[in-house]
Design a protein around this ligand. Structure first.
Ligand code: GLO
Ligand code: NI
Ligand code: NI
Ligand code: NI
Length: 404
């Protein structure tokens, strides 16, 4: 389909799920033991940089992604935090140069620190908004310094716990103001990354404003931001919102807003963002089908926002997990390409909607039809006959392609 597999699958490793993660979960402490555990914070950060690039090399993965707090320790003041960042960013830059590895995207963490208990740009506290804005400013500068191809906004706590104490209108206006400031500043410093909103319906907040693709697109449109953003669609966030991954990809795609993906999968029985590595071939096939139909992800990529389980604490597990994820996406890509090349779905879809290409259907599409002309048609038309959907036949054909 005009591109190599490498061009279709621009894999990225998520810094926060590899050597920053240690296997802890809400009910248990970390299980991974690392050689740098006893080092001072900044030395720890340096050791992780080294480990990150070793992982990228050994996996032959071209990209990585991070939050500011993943790469460098927060200081007691903003100035100190920024100084720590500068040290590590210089080191990352050197490593990028010597290895050829690139930054798919960066972002800033505006949800972990206690100052963000009420949100960041949607906080009730203007001082917190200011601090978040200053952190964002630094994030954009870091992205520019490292040549990030995208910049992600996941609204960690941009939502509410209760409407009883929430001024929703003000919070949404402020979220838009925050994003406009980001657009303006990126322009000012010549940072030309693609901006991406990552929708998620809940967790940690009870309701998050970027609930799903459709909600995020409407928000961006309402506030005059649509041309400056695309979406980063995460599989597990789609299912949290009650959608399939492919639904969210389709919604983004038909609106010209599909930018990048966070590759993972949820658990059918657990109702939260479990961030498991993607190993479901049917899901990756349908996802890659949407992505191929979108003509790829452009400067986006396939970022493994996925973590090994608490019981998989050896560094080796990180390798197996990423390899399993990459294999599942590569097979999904092959199956999706075959679906397209064999016109398994296209012919069927074309046939299914063929009534819109002539007669009354063509009038509807061209805008010529009115309620009156359609009534005139319906009054003289013969009894209506629908075709069978042949769903089971279709699903069997899909299985054939995926599993053969
Ligand atoms: C959390 C998100 C998160 C984002 C990343 C970017 O559910 O998936 O991992 O992808 O933090 O801020
Ligand atoms: Ni994510
Ligand atoms: Ni997530
Ligand atoms: Ni995640």
């Amino acid at each position: 389909l005009g591109k190599t597999m490498e061009e279709h699958l621009r894999f990225a490793v998520a810094y926060w799920h590899t050597f920053n993660a240690n296997g802890s979960d809400p009910f248990g402490v970390g299980t991974a033991v690392r050689s740098w555990d006893s080092l001072a914070p900044l030395d720890k950060a340096k050791a992780r940089v080294e480990a990150n690039f070793e992982l990228l090399e050994k996996l032959n993965v071209p990209f990585y992604a991070f939050h500011d707090v993943d790469i460098a320790p927060e200081g007691a003041t903003l100035a100190e935090t920024n100084k720590n960042l500068d040290v590590i960013v210089a080191m990352l830059k050197d490593y990028q140069k010597s290895t050829g590895k690139k930054l798919l995207w960066n972002t800033v963490n505006l949800f972990t620190n206690p100052r963000y208990v009420h949100g960041a740009s949607t906080t009730n506290n203007a001082e917190v908004f200011a601090y978040a804005a200053a952190t964002l400013k630094k994030g954009l500068e870091v992205g520019k310094e490292l040549g990030a191809e995208n910049y992600v906004f996941w609204g960690g706590r941009e939502g509410y716990e209760s409407l009883l104490n929430t001024d929703m209108k003000l919070e949404l206006d402020n979220l838009a103001r925050f994003l406009h400031m980001a657009v303006d500043y990126a322009k000012e410093i010549g940072f030309d990354a693609q901006f991406l909103i990552e929708p998620k319906p809940k967790e940690p907040s009870k309701h998050q404003y970027d609930f799903d693709a459709a909600t995020a697109i409407a928000f961006l449109q309402n506030y005059g931001l649509k041309d400056s953003f695309k979406l980063n669609i995460e599989a597990n966030h789609a299912t949290l919102a009650g959608h399939t991954f492919e639904h969210e990809l389709r919604v983004a795609s038909i609106n010209g807003m599909l930018g990048s993906i966070d590759a993972n999968q949820g658990d059918l029985l657990l109702g939260w963002d479990t961030d498991e590595f993607p190993t479901d071939l049917v899901s990756t096939t349908l996802a890659m089908y949407e992505i191929l139909k979108n003509d790829g992800l452009g400067r986006g990529g396939v970022n493994f926002d996925a973590k090994v389980r608490r019981s998989s604490f050896e560094d080796e597990d990180l390798f197996f997990a990423h390899i399993a994820g990459m294999d599942t996406y590569a097979r999904g890509l092959k199956a999706a390409a075959k679906l397209i090349e064999d016109r398994v779905l296209d012919d069927l879809v074309a046939k299914r909607y063929s009534s819109f290409s002539e007669g009354i259907g063509a009038d509807i599409i061209s805008g010529k039809a009115t309620l009156k002309s359609l009534e005139a048609y319906a009054l003289q038309a013969k009894p209506i006959r629908n075709e069978s959907a042949r769903l089971e036949q279709l699903k069997a054909a899909l299985n054939d392609i995926i599993f053969s």
